[in-house]
Design a protein. Structure first.
Length: 386
């Protein structure tokens, strides 16, 4: 293939795609009967996207609070669970009313909220302070986030503009070379930023679940790492990285010749609208824990706050998408499991420990639900008085 005919920055990610394809010939056609599919949506949820007014941002949040349950009503996975949504809300844009509105969906068992951050020319000291202050505030005020075994607060992370660990060659949109270490030391249980292609921040590692080891004097430490594998203990200084699918899409060629890029993006555009055909491509990316190829992890992403995307994600198109993937799963003998990103990380850890059976049983294997959801589960049903 001529790199000049492919999407920009292909020199970063294409070699890895070619190597994976060589190791997995016919992966698009292989039977998936008996497989379990963990499906999560990571929403880079930015109510103020486009520098909009407070009133418009408020309306964006309100429509998710008010419409999400209706879109998912009656849908159920192999465990009878409705679709889950993971909101990564920007801590630099924190609005108490917004987070509280979304937290109502957490309490109803439909969603969880994690950390999103856009920053530039930052420092390790400032980043650490900002993360700890925000995580503690949101936990104490809204009942969000999980807890590690030592009692410390844990959170999932998505980096704004994809520039995790100062990944851009120009050093913009981050500035912190030891960001991987800062994240891990402030309680981050996993990063869900990738894939970033065609952006230059994309790693040479693709379609993988692995552990990045922070290197304080080197940017983009997560370019490569230690693969998650059955029976392999996670490195003590590693940060879990859960990537979404990345592949060339020859079904939608540019100029009738060049392949498109499938990166697991959901939005209003023609190429990125949700549909069952794309689900098959995501499965073919084979994002798995090594040694457990029958547990497939599909983490897609979106920017769900802007109206044009929300109309797709909260409307008939998304409803039809869920119906399609549930039907495909039944017809092909797969079990589909709707999970939050925290639950996905838990199932990864269970797979590493050699767990078998129904992966849906391991949603809380390593990290418990956020306080808000946990309290809901423990709350006894009320009995109407006579």
């Amino acid at each position: 293939m001529n790199l000049l005919t492919l999407p920009k920055n292909a020199q970063i990610w294409l070699p890895a795609l070619v190597r994976r394809r060589a190791r997995q010939p016919g992966s698009r056609r292989r039977s998936l009967r008996g497989a379990h599919v963990m499906f999560a949506i990571a929403d880079h949820f930015e109510p103020f996207n486009g520098d909009v007014s407070q009133a418009r941002a408020d309306r964006r949040v309100e429509q998710w609070r008010d419409r999400y349950a209706g879109m998912t009503d009656g849908l159920g996975d192999a465990d009878g669970r409705t679709p889950q949504h993971s909101f990564f809300y920007p801590i630099e844009q924190y609005d108490e009313r917004h987070v509280e509105s979304l937290a109502a969906l957490v309490e109803r068992g439909m969603a969880e909220i994690e950390v999103h951050l856009h920053h530039d020319a930052d420092t390790s000291v400032n980043l650490r302070r900002r993360l700890l202050e925000s995580v503690n505030l949101w936990h104490n005020r809204h009942g969000l986030f999980t807890r590690h075994l030592d009692g410390s607060i844990g959170y999932g992370f998505v980096h704004g503009n994809w520039a995790l660990d100062n990944a851009r060659p120009d050093g913009r949109r981050c500035g912190v070379n030891d960001e991987i270490s800062v994240l891990r030391n402030t309680g981050c249980y996993a990063d869900f930023t990738l894939p970033a292609a065609p952006d230059v921040s994309q790693t040479r590692t693709v379609n993988a679940i692995y552990y990045a080891i922070g290197k304080p004097n080197r940017c983009k430490s997560h370019d490569r790492g230690v693969s998650a594998a059955v029976g392999r203990r996670p490195p003590s200084d590693g940060l879990l990285m859960v990537q979404g699918p990345l592949s060339l899409d020859w079904s939608r060629r540019k100029y009738g010749l060049l392949p498109g890029l499938e990166s697991g993006t959901l939005d209003h555009s023609r190429c990125n609208r949700p549909n069952g055909r794309r689900f098959r491509q995501w499965l073919a990316a084979s994002v798995v824990v090594e040694g457990r190829s029958d547990w497939i992890f599909v983490k897609v992403h979106t920017h769900g706050a802007p109206e044009h995307n929300a109309e797709v994600l909260l409307g008939p198109a998304m409803r039809q998408f869920h119906e399609s993937i549930l039907r495909q799963s039944r017809e092909e003998g797969m079990d589909l499991h709707y999970v939050t990103v925290r639950e996905m990380a838990n199932i990864v850890r269970a797979a590493e420990d050699g767990a078998t059976g129904n992966p849906g049983d391991y949603r809380d294997y390593w990290l418990p639900p956020p306080t808000r959801r946990h309290n809901r589960r423990d709350r006894p049903s009320s009995t109407p008085s006579c």
